[in-house]
Design a binder for this molecule. Structure first.
Ligand SMILES: [Zn+2]
Ligand SMILES: [Zn+2]
Length: 433
């Protein structure tokens, strides 16, 4: 039985909130307040502008109606702008998607024509359709791009959230250079346009393209997808390939323990392409998201991106939290208990100072080293504590290089990306001192 499902949650007390009631009109004016709220959002979405099978308005409509506060479209090497006419039969969603589109938005919104005996439709730009969905401080659409690059056939995909101008794939002489060049293009644009852009590395195990060692050395890149809802991305790895969570621990240990680099943060996203068929094997929406905490009520792309950059968010594939708090030597995680029969397991994971530093390559059956993430000792990314229940407290010892936490629900995920998946939440790493 469902007990509560609060989507938009306020905690804390406003330091001041002025309510002016003038001439029958209610004005609410909140200034700097100490309240915090969680914004739910997805940063990785495809539509007919690239290889998704639906119109962007249909997709935005779903997110707006399903408790999200923000959504970024991230098409492959394209931004939804400019005039784009396309034959309906040539779109990925075909006549079926067009019928639904007309039915939902009506013939006055849908722009179509017959040309050379073909039914053509014009894809609406983000700036045209955003007003249909955006509401101040309640729902926001953010411009993004999935910079879709590669190196010798290996896919190197990186999202740029809140960019202004298209960034073409930059290429490079090796896989790290490809990532670094694309990051540099994002940093350059960020500087040029004067607003924050969030770079993140997508689905490292897609095409087994990226290793932990590749990703950890990229400068200016502090975000990656620990969970991606696309069925081809192999979040959990396999016999020879590290899972994305294992990669996370290796990256954190090396970056923080040796290289003097910042924390790498983990995101969850949908990477949705399929909007008409649902189930295993389809890349559907609603599978992975982030919850961004903000002490500022203004839901703007800048506030969303800046909170993420500060690490003030968690990633989820179903579990939602009440709060994450650090009180002196205690790290406290409080989970939303939504169902009477639901239980939670919380694993606190980290690496302690002085861990054994050697690593070895993964070998194939012939004894040859494979070009994959290396094997590190079990002290790297060790489970430091496991607790049960809706409240978990970790006593910080002080010798941890970092600590992160993962909550796993006893509930199996509805429409999982892979069979047997449970609902989870990934809490961002902290550094003890
Ligand atoms: Zn991709
Ligand atoms: Zn994608």
């Amino acid at each position: 039985m469902k007990i509560t499902s609060p989507i938009f949650r306020w905690t804390g007390v406003c330091s001041w909130l002025a309510v002016l009631h003038l001439s029958g009109i209610l004005f609410t004016e909140a200034g700097e307040d100490s309240s915090t709220r969680w914004w739910k959002g997805n940063l990785h979405t495809h539509s007919h502008w690239s290889d998704g099978d639906d119109y962007p308005e249909m997709i935005a409509d779903w997110f707006e109606k399903h408790g999200y506060q923000f959504l970024a479209f991230s098409e492959h090497n394209v931004i939804a702008e400019g005039k784009r006419w396309t034959p309906v039969a040539g779109t990925k969603g075909g006549a079926d998607a067009y019928e639904k589109y007309i039915h939902r938005f009506g013939p006055r919104w849908v722009e179509s024509k017959i040309q050379d005996k073909q039914l053509m439709v014009r894809l609406r730009t983000l700036d045209e359709f955003r007003h249909l969905f955006e509401r101040p401080n309640q729902f926001l659409l953010i411009r993004g791009e999935e910079i879709t690059d590669s190196f010798e056939g290996a896919p190197v995909h990186m999202n740029a959230t809140n960019l202004k101008n298209l960034i073409p794939a930059q290429g490079g002489n090796n896989i790290v250079e490809v990532m670094q060049n694309n990051i540099q293009a994002m940093l350059d644009q960020e500087k040029a346009i004067g607003r924050p852009i969030l770079p993140h590395i997508n689905h490292p195990n897609f095409g087994w393209a990226l290793t932990a060692e590749d990703m950890l050395q990229v400068r200016g890149e502090d975000f990656f997808e620990v969970y991606n809802g696309h069925p081809a991305v192999r979040n959990f790895g396999d016999l020879h390939h590290a899972s994305t969570e294992r990669m996370w621990d290796i990256m954190l240990t090396r970056r923080l323990g040796h290289l003097g680099m910042p924390i790498m943060y983990g995101l969850a996203t949908d990477d949705s392409h399929d909007y008409h068929q649902t189930g295993l094997g389809h890349s559907n929406l609603g599978r992975g998201w982030i919850m961004v905490r903000s002490g500022n009520r203004h839901l703007t792309p800048e506030n969303v991106v800046n909170s993420i950059k500060k690490g003030d968010f968690y990633a989820s594939s179903g579990v939602e939290l009440e709060d994450i708090q650090r009180k002196e030597k205690k790290w406290i995680i409080t989970i939303q208990s939504r169902y009477e029969d639901e239980t939670f397991t919380v694993r606190f994971i980290g690496t302690r100072k002085g861990y054994p530093q050697e690593s070895k390559p993964v070998l194939d059956e012939m004894g040859n080293a494979l070009p994959v993430t290396r094997i590190y000792p079990p002290e790297v990314g060790k489970v430091l504590l496991t607790t049960k229940g809706w409240k978990a407290v970790y006593p910080i010892q002080g010798d941890e290089i970092y600590i992160r936490a993962v909550v796993t629900s006893s509930r199996k995920k509805t429409n999982p990306y892979a069979r047997g998946e449970f609902e989870q939440a990934w809490i961002q790493p902290i550094i003890p001192e």
